[in-house]
Design a protein around this ligand. Structure first.
Ligand code: FES
Length: 109
């Protein structure tokens, strides 16, 4: 069942038909195409995603230069990236996991 709703989004009035089971997040992302709105709590290493591009680029550069970094290497490489959401532990874990998986992938090729 859908219901017509009018939302004030970023100062603009937006009218849409909304399935009654959808969350506001789903309406914003899926119905209105506003994918800048993130589902922060469902992921491990990333939450809101604001820091993700910088962390990914930094981690990519680190792994290109040093395919098997130590935990300290990862900490030092990412030191210039601020994340307001996480405690950094999951981010560090994710970079180490990426290094491990990339190493395995290279071993297969
Ligand atoms: Fe929100 Fe890093 S996940 S700033």
């Amino acid at each position: 069942m859908k219901q017509r709703v009018t939302l004030n989004v970023n100062g603009e009035s937006r009218e849409t038909l909304v399935a009654s089971h959808k969350t506001l997040l789903e309406v914003l992302r899926e119905d209105l195409g506003l994918t800048g709105t993130k589902h922060g709590c469902e992921l491990g290493a990333a939450q809101c995603g604001y820091c993700t591009p910088g962390i990914l680029l930094t981690a990519s550069a680190l792994l290109a230069e040093r395919p098997s970094p130590t935990r300290q290497d990862v900490k030092e490489a990412l030191a210039g990236n601020l994340c307001r959401c996480t405690g950094y532990t999951k981010i560090l874990d994710a970079v180490e996991l990426a290094a491990l998986r990339m190493g395995r992938q290279e071993a297969r090729t």
